[in-house]
Design a protein around this ligand. Structure first.
Ligand SMILES: [Zn+2]
Length: 248
């Protein structure tokens, strides 16, 4: 079977147009939760970054507390050894204490340097912490407004889909059952596209299949131009029609 000759050719083309529109609406409806999930995930990701920034800041503050404690200990050590210095009589003990004090002072210097570095790091981490909080808030606001828009669009598409399905059912019921069955079979095998418009190249007038884009054979080109005729594409086996023949 290379062509279908039927007065219902136009009705079948219109049914395909309805089905294509329904498929597009259904895809839009199905896409809404996917997009909302992506927005929610982006928001969660930002929140994870925010808590990582907060953890980094807290860790630095804890580290600074530790350094401050060690500094206090070093100070205490220096004071203790200086008190002892006033009490010793023995020269060797005196020298040993001086060495201890020198050692304490050195570690105090090191700790103070470490504290300065930490203070700088804490400043940077605090800035980052603030930045992340602002970003999270922005991401949340963006997500909420996008979700509202998406949900509204989804509801609208769902309503249109319901209406389109009702109209489609009525249009399908008006077709002869045999033709409808053939159409449904081709559509099921061709991912929704049973009937495709032949594309006419401007200038040359050469025809190609709207489904697979292959050029039509000369015979197919003749067939597709006949009234009330749908012809199978020789390559992808979808049914072809010419817009100006069907709707002209
Ligand atoms: Zn084709």
């Amino acid at each position: 079977m290379e062509t279908i000759h039927t007065v219902e050719a136009k009705a079948l083309v219109e049914l395909q147009k309805r089905d294509t529109a329904i498929d597009a609406l259904a895809a839009r409806v199905a896409d809404v939760p996917v997009k909302i999930a992506a927005l929610a995930e982006a928001f969660e990701e930002k929140k994870r970054s925010m808590s990582a920034a907060r953890d980094a800041l807290v860790a630095l503050q804890v580290k600074k507390k530790g350094v401050e404690l060690k500094l206090a200990e070093a100070d205490e050590g220096i004071r203790k050894h200086q008190r002892e210095l006033n009490l010793v009589k023995d020269n060797n003990a005196f020298k040993a204490l001086l060495t201890e004090i020198e050692h304490d002072k050195q570690s105090k210097d090191d700790l103070e340097t470490e504290e300065l570095v930490l203070l700088e790091e804490i400043d940077k981490a605090a800035v980052q912490d603030k930045v992340m909080q602002v970003e999270v808030k922005k991401t949340e606001d963006f997500k909420n407004s996008e979700v509202a828009v998406l949900e509204a669009a989804g509801r609208e598409a769902a309503e249109k889909l319901t209406a389109a399905k009702g109209e489609r059912a009525a249009a399908a019921a008006a077709l002869s059952p045999d033709l409808l069955e053939r159409y449904e079979t081709i559509r099921a095998n061709r991912r929704g596209l049973a009937v495709a418009a032949a594309h006419e190249e401007p200038g040359t007038g050469k025809l190609s299949c709207g489904g697979c884009h292959m050029s039509l054979t000369p015979q197919k080109t003749l067939d597709v131009k006949k009234q009330d005729t749908l012809t199978f594409c020789q390559d992808c086996r979808c049914l072809l029609y010419l817009e100006k023949t069907i709707f002209g």
